[in-house]
Write a protein of this length. Structure first.
Length: 299
């Protein structure tokens, strides 16, 4: 069975076709038309091209930066705002004459890494994307867990756990709340903390270069980041106790996280014991589009 996945982003639409064994058969990326009908047409064109090239029809899954409301059947919370308020799965299904499955892109990331990625074979996988923002997704037995409200895995929009006095009411999140996990452990949050502490680096890579060079301020801020990340992930472990945690996004490339985080996690996990694997993703920026294809699970 051929499976096609589409990553529907704000600037690009990418399609990948996978064979039964997960091998890549076709890949193409195009710019995203920033209006709804144009987006539908672009996806249909990509699907038709892939199927014509490969000479076979496949299933289709779509990863989006939002969710389909289980109550209205309409897309909500997407930063690609022109798809909000539309029944994306039904409209694409009608155009392509087949069922189309749609899931949040962070959930697609978790599925990808659970099926044949860094957490392959693990039953319960938590995928956290630490980039500009802080998305997360859940995969149970290689399948998306969306939840009754369609927001399973929205870890980044809970308050930072076990906040210190100097952390209360210090950040504002786009979701409308203060002190969300996202504002502390995203790459953006890491840079914000460094600059608020008097540093001048412009991005996480520059800060980590300073860490490696022994810069005192950079090391202080990175220590604080690791502690906040440990608190945030310990919250997940205490509630869900996943078999593996897979990190994505820009901060997932910081190798010091994997070396140092395991020693900090037990401080916050109930019972003070924790050997939950925290690993870097296998597929990088391709993980989301592969996960969209795997929304049609293996038989």
């Amino acid at each position: 069975m051929m499976r096609m996945g589409v990553d529907l982003g704000g600037t690009k639409i990418e399609l990948v076709a996978l064979g039964e064994d997960g091998s890549e058969l076709f890949r193409k990326r195009i710019a995203t038309p920033r209006e709804y009908q144009g987006t539908l047409n672009a996806v249909v064109t990509l699907v038709n091209e892939a199927e014509a090239t490969l000479g076979t029809q496949g299933s289709l899954g779509i990863g989006i930066p939002g969710v389909i409301s289980p109550y209205t059947g309409l897309v909500k919370n997407a930063n690609s705002t022109w798809i909000n308020g539309h029944p994306l799965d039904r409209d694409l299904g009608a155009l392509l004459n087949r069922e189309v499955r749609v899931a949040n892109d962070a959930n697609c990331f978790a599925v990808s890494e659970a099926v044949d990625g860094a957490a392959a074979g693990k039953r319960v996988v938590f995928g956290a994307i630490l980039g500009t923002g802080c998305g997360a997704g859940l995969a149970f037995d290689g399948r998306v867990h969306e939840g009754g409200n369609g927001i399973g895995g929205e870890w980044g929009h809970n308050p930072l756990p076990w906040m210190r006095p100097d952390e209360f009411n210090t950040t504002e999140c786009f979701c409308g709340n203060k002190d969300c996990i996202e504002t502390f452990v995203s790459g953006t949050g890491f840079v914000r903390d460094f600059r608020n502490s008097g540093g001048t680096a412009q991005n996480g890579a520059e800060i980590m270069s300073l860490v490696d060079a022994g810069d005192e301020l950079a090391n202080l801020v990175f220590d604080r980041y690791l502690d906040r990340l440990a608190r945030s992930l310990a919250h997940v472990i205490n509630m869900l106790d996943p078999d593996a945690i897979v990190l994505g996004g820009g901060m997932s490339n910081v190798q010091a996280i994997y070396a140092r985080l395991p020693a900090i996690l037990p401080k916050y996990v109930v019972g003070r014991e924790c050997r939950t694997p925290v690993v870097q993703n296998l597929y990088g920026c391709s993980s989301g589009v592969r996960g969209a294809a795997w929304l049609w699970e293996k038989r």
